[in-house]
Design a binder for this molecule. Structure first.
Ligand code: UTP
Length: 474
């Protein structure tokens, strides 16, 4: 984009006005092309949004007044007979194409330290399918069942967008209709120093980072995805993260309950393992349901116990939500105002950047603050939010780290024990070291029960070291 002197002054003034003139400190060293690269980057950034974000990050959190444990629908048994009608109504929504899948995959995955988009990381115990393939096969199940492929929206970031798209293209979209898969990029925010100054990656380039999974709401609107949903009369969005292979990508019972409650946003909750577990905690404050981040919840609240020894605030968020299309539009705000209704949080990170003299800094400890919004902050803005408690062993096996807890190894272990439990439900006793049930055969326990009643699995055949239950059973 070619910018004239007037534009240049306007951009410089707008950043000076918010106290960020230091980003031009190498201006005199830059040639014409280098200067225009910086201006092109800055013109896409809203200085007032950045100023507001920094203020919000530094706002001392207001004390929580009289928090109460929220009430939740108990669905810890996916085969709970009282929820059968909900399952049926959810299936009706799916059959009519009223629900789209939505994966947030724009994170940087720094803890995993894997070179590539996290979704391309392998996650299943035997076939070693990638997270993306695994989700694609989940959706293929529904394509086969209802005769049409559900829409799948995938949010990427500037850093991994091209690689993600190429990965799907190289793999022929894992058999899905490629026209039903939409990729779009989330917004980026400048990264701040500890004292609120935007950092430079190069003399003519700011350090930028994805604006958090909360940015997905605005990105859904700005990418035209919400418009597409409007055209196709898709009402509801099934939101899940890219790093949890155990998620029920499309859960008819959850969808049915969400619809019956007339909720704007519904969330799944699991029992926390300990007060210190690093998941958000659901609390009810007056009329509003909200999630408190593990770093924000005061210990006297998180560790409070009931008479039976259970945590009083024991329900944790695993980032599985259903969002009404119109609610997303409302929270995202109009393009004109640009401002969406979610507050910014600060994440302390180690970030390579230039110091005042232009030398590169490789920090050993956190030196920067990334500005992020969280999708769960939309809950207090929702009418009639619904909480559904599920069994964590059924749907939670995240891959965050390369080893140890929340790693591929721990997730595979959890997947294997879930698969063993499913086999047990249909009358088998398995002591297999490894077992993988393809989502093409059954993506959830209720479907597994249904499938095995139609296509009984040969339990004797399973009495080997490992077993793969695949589509050939159908
Ligand atoms: P995490 O909070 O685990 O972050 O994201 P991360 O970036 O994947 O990993 P670390 O913290 O750097 O190790 C939870 C989910 O939210 C998505 C991630 O892709 C993941 O599915 N996410 C996170 C985004 O889509 N955008 C973001 O800006 C942040």
């Amino acid at each position: 984009m070619s910018l004239n002197l007037k534009d240049e002054k306007k951009i410089k003034d707008s950043f000076a006005l918010i106290g960020q003139e230091q980003i031009f400190r190498f201006w005199d060293d830059l040639n014409k092309t280098e200067r225009s690269i910086l201006l092109d980057q800055l013109i896409k950034i809203d200085p007032l949004e950045c100023q507001g974000a920094w203020k919000e990050i530094n706002l001392s959190s207001t004390p929580i007044l009289n928090p109460q444990p929220p009430s939740a629908i108990n669905s810890t048994d996916p085969l709970n007979s009282t929820l059968v009608s909900m399952h049926e109504s959810g299936e009706e929504m799916l059959a009519k194409g009223k629900v789209a899948a939505f994966t947030v995959a724009g994170g940087q995955g720094t803890r995993l330290g894997y070179d590539g988009p996290k979704g391309t990381f392998s996650c299943t115990p035997i076939k070693k399918h990638s997270l993306f393939q695994h989700f694609a096969e989940n959706l293929s199940f529904f394509t086969k069942r209802f005769g049409k492929c559900p829409r799948w929206f995938i949010m990427t970031s500037h850093e991994n967008h091209a690689q993600t798209k190429q990965y799907f293209e190289r793999n022929q979209f894992f058999g899905l209709d490629k026209n039903k898969v939409t990729f779009f990029q989330q917004g980026m925010m400048p990264v701040f120093s500890m004292d609120g100054k935007m950092l430079l990656q190069e003399k003519n380039q700011l350090v930028m980072s994805p604006n958090g999974h909360g940015g997905s709401l605005k990105a859904l609107v700005e990418s035209g995805s919400i418009g597409l949903m409007e055209e196709e009369e898709i009402d509801c969005i099934s939101y899940f993260q890219v790093d949890n292979p155990m998620v029920y990508c499309m859960d008819p019972t959850f969808i049915g309950l969400h619809k019956a409650s007339g909720s704007d946003m519904s969330s799944k909750a699991v029992k926390k393992l300990s007060p210190k577990e690093r998941v958000g905690t659901f609390v009810q404050i007056g009329e509003t349901l909200q999630v408190m981040e593990y770093s924000d919840i005061p210990p006297q609240i998180s560790s409070e116990k009931l008479k039976d020894g259970c945590l009083r605030f024991g329900l944790g968020s695993i980032a599985i939500h259903l969002l009404e299309r119109n609610f997303v539009k409302r929270v995202a705000g109009s393009k004109k105002t640009k401002r969406q209704g979610l507050k910014y949080h600060g994440a302390h990170k180690k970030v390579c950047c230039l110091d005042n003299n232009g030398s590169r800094v490789h920090p050993q400890k956190p030196n920067a603050i990334k500005a992020e919004t969280f999708v769960f902050d939309a809950l207090p803005l929702a009418h009639d939010p619904l909480l559904m408690e599920i069994n964590r062993k059924e749907e939670f096996g995240p891959i965050k780290n390369l080893s140890g807890s929340d790693s591929r190894a721990s997730s595979e272990k959890l997947q294997i024990s879930r698969n063993q439990r499913w086999i047990k439900v249909v009358g088998g006793v398995v002591k297999l070291n490894k077992i993988e049930i393809s989502p093409l055969f059954a993506p959830t326990l209720p479907y597994f029960l249904e499938q095995t009643s139609k296509f009984p699995i040969d339990l004797k055949k399973l009495s080997k070291e490992s077993a793969l239950i695949e589509l050939q059973n159908t």
